[in-house]
Design a protein around this ligand. Structure first.
Ligand SMILES: [Zn+2]
Length: 82
């Protein structure tokens, strides 16, 4: 499911080990965090954990269909512009 029209990964920075930190946008139903994957370029959704802003922040393994997952990424929720 695609929630955003652009497919450019929003990389906020990197961890010390090089893991990318991605801007994550909460889905309209509030239960998922959605990112554009820096590895495969597709949109992946991860559980938002809770209703509190930033509750789902942290390291996740990517959901790349082709297995090009690298070392995953770190989600950092950002305010939705919707
Ligand atoms: Zn991916």
């Amino acid at each position: 499911m695609i929630f955003r029209s652009d497919t450019v990964p929003e990389i906020l920075g990197h961890e010390a080990d090089g893991t990318p930190i991605l801007a994550a946008h909460r889905s309209p139903d509030g239960v998922q965090l959605v990112i554009t994957c820096p590895y495969c370029g597709l949109t992946h959704a991860h559980g938002a954990v809770g209703n509190a802003f930033g509750a789902g922040n942290g390291h996740r393994l990517s959901h790349c269909a082709d297995g090009a997952s690298g070392s995953g990424y770190v989600l950092q929720e950002v305010a939705s512009c919707a």
